[in-house]
Write a protein that binds this ligand. Structure first.
Ligand code: HDL
Ligand code: ZN
Length: 443
């Protein structure tokens, strides 16, 4: 029994086998202590470990109108919109033509007043309000809104980053987004806590339309993907990488993505994106398994998922050992295969519990899978936040699940005679919450 712990001992009886050596001879008994003292140490260290949030849809405050924050924005988060429609026969268009405040009330009434807010995204709103010192039990949206109305966006952002202990935020920056592009063409007083990531879905998923835009930008690309066009795309990627100071480039891919292949997606990856990443020394991030617009009436909330064929990933990692791949999968069924591929290819770095896998149960399952097969050579989570406030709950919830998973591994180590120090727990936490990513990016 570890001194000072309130451990129940759950012995796992191990059948005697010849040659099993154990203290004092006789039956070797694997004894796993469940120890709240260790769990408290792990949680305390995780809370004190600043996070590098490597993928979000947040913008630094200098992007003004693009930065989303506040209760109404939390409530109209697309995760909650799709959940709210499950309790309503209201025509979709009536919701989309309503004001932000009316949309927020629709969600609030449907998911928080008329039903218990049991989902992860619902609980997230409550965790965030609670951490900000607000009490939602009055069910009084008006008074809650009044509090947010009195906040300054910049100070609010500082407060949220402090509560969530998030040191850096990876943005999603698309040169194909007409709302964002003007900010990059003007003068920006960047917030150093927010780093850029070049998002290239239109390039890879909507050729030749994207080719037309790149051609209009003066890169001399043609619609067929000959060497001149691929060189023009590389120059486009290089110029935007320098312009925004991007740390990696990213794409989300449908379940049917194949590589190698003669699709524009496969040809552009081979002939432009991977050479660009080698030129810049940057990883290529692939988010695999999204089915866009499964229900178009739900707009951003209408995307679905499917199981990806990770043979494409295996082929990419094997054919391009000099490229590095950051990968997350949307399908629960892909997680084990992704981890096994990461054991085979050191140029593959799994990250996060993306979107529909971002639930306590699946974060726990995926994180345990990764710890038990990869140690700490992965990035445990990214928040995918769209509203600044969400950093509080996305990281609060994920730290607790990570704490549970890590504690279980340390308890298993102790039962095998290995006791970790606080410094070692701190080192592991730093790796899992951004250090492994920085090492993988060589940055
Ligand atoms: O493609 C992506 O980056 C996804 O994260 C989508 O933006 C999705 O809408 C989302 O926000 N998931 O969390
Ligand atoms: Zn995202």
């Amino acid at each position: 029994m570890v001194p000072g712990s309130h451990a129940e001992t759950a012995g796992i009886r191990v059948p005697d086998f010849p040659g099993s050596s154990s203290p004092g001879g006789g039956r070797y008994r694997l004894r796993v202590h469940y120890d709240s003292e260790l769990r408290n140490r792990v949680d305390r260290i995780l809370d004190a470990t600043p996070v590098e949030d490597i993928h979000t849809h947040l913008y630094d405050p200098s992007f003004r109108s693009l930065m989303l924050w506040g209760l109404d924005e939390q409530l109209v988060y697309h995760y909650l919109v799709s959940e709210a429609f499950r309790h309503s026969d209201q025509p979709y268009d009536r919701f989309w033509s309503a004001s932000r405040a009316e949309q927020a009330e629709f969600v609030w009434n449907g998911l928080f007043v008329e039903h218990s807010p049991l989902s992860e995204a619902c609980r997230g709103v409550l965790t965030t309000l609670h951490a900000l010192g607000l009490d939602p039990r009055q069910r009084d949206l008006r008074s809650l809104r009044q509090w947010f109305a009195n906040q300054d966006p910049g100070q609010f952002t500082d407060r949220v980053l402090g509560i969530a202990n998030v040191a850096t935020v990876g943005m999603t920056n698309s040169p194909f987004d007409p709302a964002e592009r003007p900010y990059w063409e003007g003068a920006l007083a960047r917030d150093p806590r927010f780093f850029a990531a070049l998002r290239i879905d239109p390039l890879l998923m909507s050729w030749p339309e994207a080719g037309l835009q790149i051609s209009n930008d003066g890169y001399g690309v043609r619609l067929d993907l000959d060497s001149g066009t691929l060189d023009g795309v590389r120059r486009f990627l290089g110029d935007w990488t320098r312009r925004i100071g991007s740390r990696y480039c990213m794409v989300s891919l449908p379940p049917g993505f194949q590589w190698p292949g003669n699709t524009p997606t496969a040809q552009l990856i081979t002939g432009a994106v991977l050479p660009h990443c080698r030129d810049t020394g940057q990883p290529f991030a692939m988010m695999m398994g999204v089915k866009r617009a499964v229900n178009p009436s739900l707009r951003l909330a209408g995307d679905g998922m499917g199981r990806s064929d990770l043979t494409a990933l295996e082929n990419l990692c094997a054919a391009h050992p000099e490229n590095r791949f950051l990968v997350t999968c949307l399908s629960r069924e892909c997680q084990h295969e992704l981890v096994v591929l990461a054991r085979k290819f050191r140029n593959l770095h799994p990250f996060g519990c993306w979107w529909f896998t971002n639930t306590d149960q699946l974060i726990s399952e995926i994180t345990t899978l990764r710890l038990e097969l990869l140690g700490t050579s992965f990035t445990a989570q990214h928040s995918d936040s769209r509203v600044v406030d969400q950093l509080i709950y996305k990281w609060g919830h994920s730290r607790r699940v990570l704490g549970r998973c890590l504690t279980a591994r340390y308890e298993a180590l102790r039962s095998s005679g290995w006791v970790v120090s606080d410094d070692e727990i701190r080192r592991d936490a730093e790796e899992l919450l951004g250090g492994a990513f920085r090492g993988f990016c060589r940055s």
